[in-house]
Design a protein around this ligand. Structure first.
Ligand code: SAH
Length: 500
């Protein structure tokens, strides 16, 4: 059998979650991905790091990459023996020229697979709270292109059947030709007072919806400066939006939130923010690296195994991860903790320990250095504290003041990470509302990289030591949650009002 070399994959309308499972599997295992302009950048991150990423889209107004060139590129990659994903916005066969590409592949004798996608024709209205059909309101919908080429040459008869054939009309493309399209529809018998809506950047945090009537929608879109990509919908189903507008009404909808956490642990926070509607800007400003030497930690872990520590205190999931990495390297395991009690600061730290088979004896109610010392009480035994190379003094000072003999060892280091240029540009241009910091070192790395945060932005810090670091760098700190966890920080953002 001829091995499939090219996969024409629908990427969905914008929300990266709307790709199919088959599409994502293929994307994650391809050698080359050829993608269009409307494909979400987050999806491109799913391709293997070493995969070739080839942009074959165009900007509106720019010259289109000729279809023949795109076809040739796909065929060339396939002939070179590569696994090719041709990633197209929405569904590949809805106005996407996917069919042209399939024909070209067939003609070239290259086998292919089509992976349908969620089309913007139905998904974009759905994200605006508008179902394309509803019993009793609309039992049919027509999807058409409002491209000039279609409007100019078409016959009056075709327009009459389009205008009156279905209860719901959905237009893709043709924002510039909206006026003309609307005039044609009215001329062809569609009621000028019927509800109409236009949705820009649907299914993304930039989504905007303008509602009017067929007669007013073109003017309203112009006034609101609606630009492509936008989907227009006409019909009585639009009235349902009043009760069904679920997406734009989410609590953090459209708020642009900078997440500075290291990549390895930013996922859950970013996901939580996204579900609440935020436009998350990932700027993993730090990365976690090995310390200059393992001697300190290794030595301490051997002593731990001999029962030398009354307590081991972990203040981050990274400290847990590196500790267990070294235990393994030394041929030891969780039993090394048998003679000691274990404290964890923060739920993520607690989870990391549980994953390693250790149920912490103590998780302070409030995740601060003071609280840790207060819950451990007074004592004089040895406390092992695996920590980053440079750590705030709080935990050590508080424990020492309570009589404990704290043995600090370096378990990891952080260093400034390379920031994605698009994200960096958004920060530099002030294209965000809130910046979040989860550690003092993140504050320092961010300020070193970007210099300042203007007054109209909100600054959110996970806890007191991070807030201190931010104030030390001249920032006004607006938000510090009562619960010093990522979850607590996200919850606090819900109550935050814009600075201006
Ligand atoms: N194959 C695609 C459509 C390609 S034509 C699909 O099935 O969705 C491109 C047009 O789709 C755009 O001009 C716009 O009308 C619509 N479109 C694509 N993404 C969109 C989005 N995020 N929001 C609104 N409209 C979108």
């Amino acid at each position: 059998m001829n091995e499939v070399k090219v996969f024409l994959v629908g990427a969905g309308p914008g929300d990266p979650g709307l790709i199919t499972r088959r599409g994502l599997d293929l994307l994650r295992s391809c050698d080359v991905v050829l993608y269009d302009r409307l494909v979400s950048p987050a999806l491109l991150d799913e391709a293997p790091a070493e995969a070739e990423r080839v942009f074959v889209g165009k900007d509106v107004g720019d010259l289109l990459m000729p279809q023949a060139t795109i076809d040739a590129l796909i065929i060339e990659s396939a002939r070179a023996g590569k696994r090719v994903v041709r990633l197209k916005g929405g569904d590949p066969f809805v106005f996407g020229r996917g069919a042209d590409e399939a024909q070209a592949l067939a003609a070239a004798g290259i086998s292919f697979e089509i992976v349908p996608g969620v089309t913007s024709a139905t998904a974009v209205p759905a994200y605006a709270g508008i179902p394309v059909t509803h019993s009793g309101v609309s039992s049919s919908f027509t999807v058409l292109t409002a491209h000039e080429s279609a409007t100019r040459a078409d016959s009056a008869e075709r327009w009459r059947s389009l205008a009156t054939g279905a209860q719901t009309l959905v237009f893709l493309m043709g924002v510039g030709a909206l006026e003309e399209t609307v005039a044609r529809l009215i001329e062809a018998g569609r009621d000028p007072n019927e509800p109409a809506a236009i949705i820009e950047w649907g299914t993304t945090p930039k989504q905007r919806t303008v509602v009017g009537t067929l007669e007013s929608i073109a003017g309203a879109a112009r006034e609101a400066q609606i630009k492509p990509p936008a989907t227009t919908i006409v019909g009585p189903v639009i009235r349902l939006r009043a009760a069904m507008d679920w997406f734009e009404s989410r609590p953090l909808f459209g708020r642009r939130v900078v997440v500075t956490r290291p990549k390895v642990d930013s996922r859950s926070m970013a996901d939580a923010l996204t579900i609440l509607g935020a436009d998350v800007i990932h700027v993993p400003i730090l990365e976690i690296v090995d310390p200059p030497s393992w001697d300190e930690l290794d030595g301490a872990l051997k002593r731990l195994n001999d029962g030398a520590f009354e307590w081991v205190a972990f203040a981050s999931a990274h400290a847990v991860a590196k500790t267990f990495e070294r235990l393994g390297a030394l041929g030891l395991d969780a039993r090394a903790f048998a003679g000691s009690k274990v404290a964890a600061v923060g739920t993520a730290t607690e989870r990391a320990l549980i994953d390693e088979g250790i149920r912490p004896d103590l998780v302070p109610v409030r995740f601060t250095a003071k609280e840790l010392a207060a819950s451990m009480g007074r004592g004089s035994g040895a406390v092992l504290l695996p920590r980053p190379l440079e750590a705030p003094r709080g935990i050590v000072d508080n424990l020492t003041a309570a009589g404990w003999d704290v043995v600090e060892v370096t378990a990891y280091d952080t260093r400034p990470a390379e920031v994605d240029p698009d994200a960096a540009a958004r920060i530099a241009e002030g294209d965000f509302d809130i910046v979040t910091f989860l550690s003092p070192s993140a504050v320092d790395a961010f300020m070193d990289a970007f210099g300042s945060v203007s007054d109209e932005k909100l600054v959110a810090c996970i806890g007191p030591s991070t807030a201190e670091a931010a104030k030390g760098r001249g920032l006004r700190v607006d938000i510090v949650p009562d619960e010093h966890t990522a979850e607590g920080l996200v919850a606090a953002l819900l109550d935050a009002k814009p600075a201006r």
